[in-house]
Structure formats: structure tokens, C-alpha cells
Design a protein around this ligand. Structure first.
Ligand code: TYM
Length: 351
């Protein structure tokens, strides 16, 4: 890696939703447009993560392709030599590094991951996979193989990012003990990451029906979720029926008015204006219907444009870029993996 890396991935297990777009895709597209001269930009599809939760395997290939199309339709500049797209399973080093890191990760450490606790209670099947339990280790490998400094993710992934920093630090310490140079670049601290992406905290777009829970693509009913594949008029209706409160005044107050605050947040993201400016513009508005229709129009406009772009995406260009990027990132990932194989004694020192 000649340049520092900015990297993120979005699981291909279902249609993407607005939280994925604002939490991960949009920051990457901004970075690709404005900072690809200083950074290598990796927006990948973590396909090995797809079946950590029960998934219809017959749609997986379609979901992978669909993620890639969304990346490009949303504005990822794949004609740029510093921007890369790839499928995780086409880079075997991810799996191998995961195994090695797993053997240096404590069971207790994984048990503390709140997302596992959250997701495992929602799974109705009697089997909760070990993959769901340990996937933060695979995610750490995804990040550390490329020495990524910045990783735009939503708030739900913050703890996993912290873990990537912890395991990298542990390995670096161990490496120096055995006489090696530190093999991993440690991702920047989470607070610094927020600053870099122009935020003061991690982003969490809430469900429109139940604004106390995160908007999620694995939500079964999907009534409170804006999927990027939703027909624009359906999405509009979802916004118009979003749960609000009985205060009858628009204000940014996530604790007491989570529904309205979430809509303000969504509007501020579409307009790329600070939340407090948007909140000030609508402060005191008493008609929630009127306010919702402003947000609904933004959502509609966004989906119409995105979906038109998806229809225009050149699949051959994506395929060519995948081949180019996957050859390059395999080299980069193997380079990091070999350093780790030496540290843990799987390869002779110095080779
Ligand atoms: P996944 O597919 O669940 O989510 C993809 C990204 O979308 C963000 N996100 C949200 N952000 C704000 N509000 C929401 N409601 C919302 N819902 C989802 C997630 O935080 C995430 O950034 N483990 C990851 C994928 C992954 C990855 C990686 C990410 C695999 N390896 C390496 C970064 C680096 C995941 O399950 O994301």
C-alpha cells in the first residue's frame, strides 16, 4: 500500500437501506471524490459475512452484484486507479488471517460485543452460529490486511472497530517481543475517525415505526425501513406514516422526540447541512404532516435518481474493475498475511 487506506464494506444479505447509505456508502463516495489522491479507497463486499445470520443462499450472488451496482450508481468513481471494489471471498487472505487472529482473541472479549447479544436474541432458528459470535474477528482481518487508517461505519460497528485496534495492538506488541517490526497499522481512534468524516459521533439512523431501534436491513417487516430498492412512492408513504409524538412541535431532541429527531437527521444528511441548522430552520413548526412531507419529498427525489442510475450501471465495467482490484488487493493482503505468518512462526523468519 503506497498510500494510507480508507476502507469499508456492506454485507450482501438483503437490500441495502438508508442507514447503510448514510453510515457507510456516502462517506466512502465523498472520500473517493475528494481524497483519492492521498488515500487508497476500498469499498468491498464482505460476502463471507453474509451468512452469519440465517440467509437465503439462493439470492447471495444477486445480492453481491446488487451491492456493487449501488456503490457505482451512488457515485463511486471506479475509473479512478486509487478506488477499489472487491469481493472478500476472492481474497483468501481474509479467511486465513481470521483464523490466526481468532487464536489470539479471548472468548470473553467476543462475549462483550453488544451486537452479538442483540442479533442473537432476534434469531428464531434454534442454532445461533459461531460465525455470528466471532465475526468481529473477520471484520478486524478485513481492516488490518490493508492497514486501513479510516473506516467509516455506523454507530453499531464502533465496538468492532475498537476491537480491530485492540487485536492489532496486541499483535504488534507480540511481534516486537519476538524481534519483529510491528506488522499492523493501527486504525485511527474512533473519535478521530468521527472528526475525519465530519461528525461528532457515530451515526445511527432509526427505524421509522419504532424510532428507539436502529433501521436495519434484516428487519422482517421492513415497514420502518427505507430500502434503496423501495418504489419511491412506497418510501414516501413510509415517511408519512413514521411514528412521531404528541408534542406537536418540531425539535431536535432524540431522548424525548426520537421520531421527529430521526427525520431531522435524515433531512440534514440529504441536504448535507449540520443537524442543528436544519433543526433551527424547522424549530417550532407545529404540523408534523407538513414536516414529514418535506422529508418524504427528499427521500423520493433521492430514490428516483439512485434507481435511474442503477439502471444505467455498466456491469461489464464493474466486472473489469473487480478483476483489476482483486488482483491488486490480493497482493496487498498477502503481503500483510506473510508478515503475520512469520510472527506466529508459520514461516521462517526473514523470508
Ligand atoms: P452491515 O452490512 O450490517 O452494515 C453496513 C454499514 O451500514 C451501517 N449501518 C448504519 N449506519 C447508520 N444507521 C443505521 N441504521 C445503520 N444500519 C447499518 C453499519 O454500521 C455499517 O457501517 N460488519 C459490517 C460489514 C463489514 C465491515 C468490514 C465494515 C465487514 N467487514 C470491515 C467495515 C470494515 C456489517 O455487518 O455491516
Amino acid at each position: 500500500m503506497d498510500k494510507p487506506t480508507i476502507l469499508t464494506g456492506i454485507r450482501a444479505n438483503n437490500d441495502l437501506q438508508l442507514g447503510n447509505y448514510f453510515g457507510a456508502i456516502l462517506p466512502m463516495i465523498d472520500m473517493a471524490k475528494h481524497h483519492s489522491d492521498q488515500y487508497q479507497i476500498n469499498l468491498f463486499v464482505p460476502d463471507l459475512h453474509s451468512f452469519t445470520t440465517p440467509t437465503d443462499l439462493s439470492i447471495l450472488q444477486k445480492a453481491v452484484t446488487s451491492n456493487l451496482r449501488v456503490y457505482v450508481a451512488a457515485g463511486l468513481t471506479i475509473d479512478n486507479a486509487n478506488v477499489h471494489i472487491y469481493r472478500q471471498s476472492y481474497v483468501p487472505a481474509h479467511s486465513e488471517l481470521t483464523w490466526i487472529l481468532s487464536c489470539f482473541t479471548g472468548f470473553g472479549e467476543m462475549s462483550r460485543m453488544t451486537q452479538f447479544k442483540d442479533k442473537s436474541t432476534k434469531i428464531k432458528e434454534d442454532r445461533i452460529s459461531v460465525g455470528l459470535f466471532s465475526y468481529p474477528i473477520l471484520m478486524a482481518a478485513d481492516i488490518l490486511l490493508y492497514g486501513a487508517s479510516y473506516v467509516p461505519v455506523g454507530d453499531d460497528q464502533t465496538q468492532h472497530l475498537e476491537f480491530a485496534r485492540d487485536i492489532a495492538t496486541r499483535f504488534n506488541t507480540m511481534a516486537t517481543k519476538y524481534g519483529y517490526q510491528e506488522p499492523f497499522i493501527i486504525p485511527e481512534p474512533v473519535k478521530k475517525q468521527h472528526g475525519f468524516f465530519g461528525k461528532d459521533q457515530g451515526l445511527r439512523i432509526m427505524d421509522l415505526v419504532d424510532p428507539t431501534k436502529k433501521m436495519s436491513k434484516s428487519d422482517e417487516l421492513g415497514k420502518g425501513v427505507i430500502f434503496l430498492s423501495d418504489a419511491p412512492e412506497i418510501a414516501k408513504k413510509k415517511v408519512m406514516s413514521a411514528t412521531t409524538d404528541d408534542k406537536a412541535t418540531v425539535a431536535y431532541n432524540p431522548a424525548e422526540q426520537p421520531g421527529i429527531s430521526n427525520l431531522l437527521e435524515i433531512l440534514s444528511l440529504f441536504r448535507q447541512q449540520p443537524i442543528l441548522d436544519v433543526a433551527a430552520e424547522f424549530a417550532g413548526m407545529t404540523s408534523y404532516g407538513e414536516f414529514k412531507s418535506i422529508v418524504a419529498d427528499e427521500v423520493e427525489k433521492f430514490l428516483v435518481e439512485l434507481q435511474a442510475n442503477i439502471n444505467k450501471v455498466d456491469d461489464d465495467a464493474i466486472q473489469k474493475k473487480l478483476e483489476y482490484s482483486e488482483a491488486l488487493v490480493n497482493e496487498q493482503a498477502n503481503h500483510t498475511l506473510h508478515k503475520i505468518q512469520r510472527v506466529v512462526g508459520l514461516r521462517p523468519a526473514g523470508k
